[in-house]
Each structure stands twice: as structure tokens, then as C-alpha cells.
Write a protein that binds this ligand. Structure first.
Ligand SMILES: [Fe+2]
Ligand SMILES: [Fe+2]
Length: 317
């Protein structure tokens, strides 16, 4: 009897996840989006799926990094993963602000997402120490050491999120502020940017047979992301169901995000990892459309035009 890809993604442990294809995890993100699981369903899934970041063994990754990958590949890889390293840390420390508002069920679920994001931060901390070889005693020192690799495209979405988190801190129950924050974080940063980076870096690892511990840990991270995106889309859809005027806040926030997206001057070169800018653009547009279609959120015509012009942008959380 063969196990379906969905069942494999759903039930595998960290030791088995290295055999899972990233495309199957991306399908898994969207499988449940139409029916949108409740917060306690997501929390129970978290209890089954959480993994131990200290179980990964990066010895073979270190060899691939120093002996088998080219300098160009290392540069491209580090410029993408640094956006994730810093992104994970930022969402981990800013999610508690969002957790304050919402139902008790959503708060319980959010506590699991905060723990996920903390674990993802540690995953990148280990990767940078043990594979890339960055110096640092503390987590902050390793973050400081990777900071100069962070691409310009990181600043826009994460700067916006920091601003929105500050506004929310002053008024945590405000539905407008919560929807703005949720659009930037759950829809754009997690639903579009993070899943696109996962697809790019994990396809590279799989095609080349490189970085097995990174592959296992980041695929497990992508499965965590499935819950985050589903929880986030549930939040946005519930918010619009309760007050249809909030749809305009989603549109307005997307206008801001897409205007920032078009305003960066430096492009991230991913040819070394096998991706052209056109392909990255196509991937991002597809990721955005799938979320919006699945939860039934329509865009205004001017926002549709901006979506068609999306520029490759790489970060995640
Ligand atoms: Fe996340
Ligand atoms: Fe994360």
C-alpha cells in the first residue's frame, strides 16, 4: 500500500521528513485552505508535528558547504537565508502583540505559533554557526554577524510589520490594526515570501543532493508554515465576515506592500540556485493568488495590476 503525499507530510517525523518533496508540502498548505481549520484543530496538529531543532546533525551540510558548493551558490544561498534568519527572530518577538487580541482559542493557537517561530530562529542560528561558520557566543551575536548579508528587499515588509506591531501595541483589540498586521504577516510574509523562498532553496538542495539537515529542518519549518498560513487566512476571512468593510483594509495594506515591493533598487541574483527573476515573479504571484482564491478574498482592479508587476523579493518568517 502506498501512502498519499498528504498523509506523508501530515504524519512524518523529523527523521522521515528529509524524504518529503517540497512541492507536496506546498500542496499541503493549500489543501485545507478552502475549509479553513479552527484554531484548536491547528493547535492539536502543532502538538503532533512539532520537532526538536537539536536533533538535526549538520555535519554533512558543513562538508557540502565548504567542499561541494560554489562561491556563487553560497552567496546566493546566504543572501536568501539571512532574510529568514532575521525574519524568524522578528516575528517571534512581535507575535505576542497580536496574540493579545482575539478569542481564547486563537490565543492558545498563537502561543504555538510563537514557539514555532522561536524554534525556527534557533534552526537558523544553528545553520549559521555550524554550516556557514559565523562567529558569536549569543544568538544576538550570530544575528549581528549575518546582518550584512540581508538583502535590501528585507527592509520593506519587515519595516512595515514593525510599524504595524507598534500601532497594535497601543491598541491590541483594534480590528483595523489587527487586519493590517495580519495582511502583512500572514498573507504576504508567510503566504507569499516565505513559501517562495522555501520552494527555491529546498528545490536547490533536493536537485543537487546538498545540505540534508537544512533540507529536513526547513521542510519541517514549511510544514509549520502550513498551520501559520491556515490560521492567518482563517483570521482574515473571519474578520471580513464580521465586518465587510475590513476588506478595504486588506486592499489598502496590499497597496502599501506592493508599492514598497516595486521600490527596491537592488535585485537578488538567484541564477546560481537555478531561478530567473521571471520564474520567481511567477512563483510569488501564484502563491498570492492561491491564498486569496481559496479564502474568497477579491482584489480591487488597481491592486490586481500591481500584483501582475510584483518584483522578486526574498525574506520570510
Ligand atoms: Fe511562520
Ligand atoms: Fe517561521
Amino acid at each position: 500500500m502506498t501512502t498519499s503525499p498528504d498523509a506523508l507530510v501530515e504524519g512524518t517525523d523529523l527523521a522521515g521528513i528529509g524524504a518529503v518533496d517540497i512541492d507536496d508540502v506546498l500542496d499541503y498548505v493549500h489543501r485545507d485552505l478552502k475549509r479553513l481549520p479552527g484554531y484548536l484543530d491547528l493547535y492539536r496538529r502543532y502538538l503532533r508535528q512539532r520537532w526538536d531543532v537539536y536533533e538535526l546533525d549538520f555535519a554533512r551540510d558543513r562538508e557540502d558547504w565548504t567542499e561541494r558548493m560554489t562561491e556563487q551558490e553560497r552567496q546566493a544561498f546566504v543572501s536568501i537565508s539571512s532574510g529568514f534568519h532575521h525574519g524568524e527572530r522578528q516575528v517571534e518577538v512581535e507575535l505576542p502583540v497580536f496574540m493579545l487580541g482575539g478569542s481564547e482559542e486563537s490565543r492558545i493557537y498563537m502561543s504555538s505559533q510563537i514557539e514555532d517561530e522561536a524554534r525556527h530562529t534557533l534552526f537558523f542560528d544553528r545553520f549559521y554557526r555550524e554550516v556557514v561558520g559565523l562567529p558569536g557566543e549569543s544568538i544576538q551575536e550570530v544575528l549581528d554577524a549575518s546582518f550584512h548579508h540581508v538583502a535590501e528587499t528585507f527592509v520593506g515588509p519587515f519595516g512595515l510589520l514593525a510599524y504595524q506591531a507598534d500601532e497594535l501595541r497601543a491598541d491590541p483589540e483594534n480590528p483595523v490594526l489587527r487586519v493590517r498586521y495580519g495582511t502583512t504577516y500572514f498573507l504576504w510574509i508567510e503566504g507569499v515570501l516565505a513559501l517562495s523562498v522555501m520552494k527555491i532553496t529546498l528545490s536547490y538542495c533536493r536537485d543537487r543532493g546538498f545540505l540534508p539537515a537544512y533540507y529536513a529542518g526547513f521542510t519541517a519549518t514549511c510544514r509549520d508554515e502550513a498551520r501559520h498560513v491556515q490560521g492567518g487566512m482563517r483570521f482574515l476571512r473571519d474578520a471580513v465576515d464580521e465586518d465587510p468593510a475590513l476588506l478595504l483594509e486588506i486592499h489598502e495594506t496590499l497597496r502599501t506592500i506592493l508599492a514598497i515591493n516595486g521600490a527596491t533598487s537592488r535585485r537578488v541574483a538567484l541564477e546560481a540556485l537555478g531561478w530567473t527573476p521571471e520564474e520567481v515573479r511567477g512563483l510569488m504571484i501564484r502563491q498570492l493568488r492561491m491564498k486569496l482564491n481559496d479564502v474568497g478574498i477579491d482584489l480591487a482592479p488597481d491592486v490586481e495590476k500591481m500584483v501582475a508587476r510584483i518584483e522578486p523579493e526574498l525574506a520570510g518568517g
